[in-house]
Design a binder for this molecule. Sequence first.
Ligand SMILES: [Zn+2]
Ligand SMILES: [Zn+2]
Length: 150
Amino acid sequence: MSTREDKAHAMLAELKRSGLKLTPQRIAIVRELAGDETHPTAQDLFDRLRAAFPTMSFATVYNTLDALAAHSLVGSLRLRGARGAVRFDPNTSAHHHAVCDRCHAVVDLPAEPLDGATARRLGRQTGFLVSGEERTYRGLCARCADRSSA
Ligand SMILES: [Zn+2]
Ligand SMILES: [Zn+2]
């Protein structure tokens, strides 16, 4: 996986190509998300950046994230039981998620490459052209599991 700076650079270049002006606020939003593996919501990022950018609006944060997601530069996920809001993900390689039932932390899990035989079988059965797979595992994150056994 690339470093935070590489990731931020790639995202900014793509935003620029898609015609969005790279304002200091947008650059800060991209930088904040690029190294964040906690799958933050737009609100999380807005709260963190507000001190540095008191005039920034929530819409600016949301629209920037939305544009990145539209160009597949970030993932977006909506998980049952994880506070409902869309969460953004700088990790665009194939991976699964584990969601903590207690604190709603979302953790990346490595994914095996898509199983070709399964994809073909599903294709024959449903006509659906399967190109990827995302699973959600549920349970307790390491911190919550620790706490409940203490
Ligand atoms: Zn937890
Ligand atoms: Zn993820």
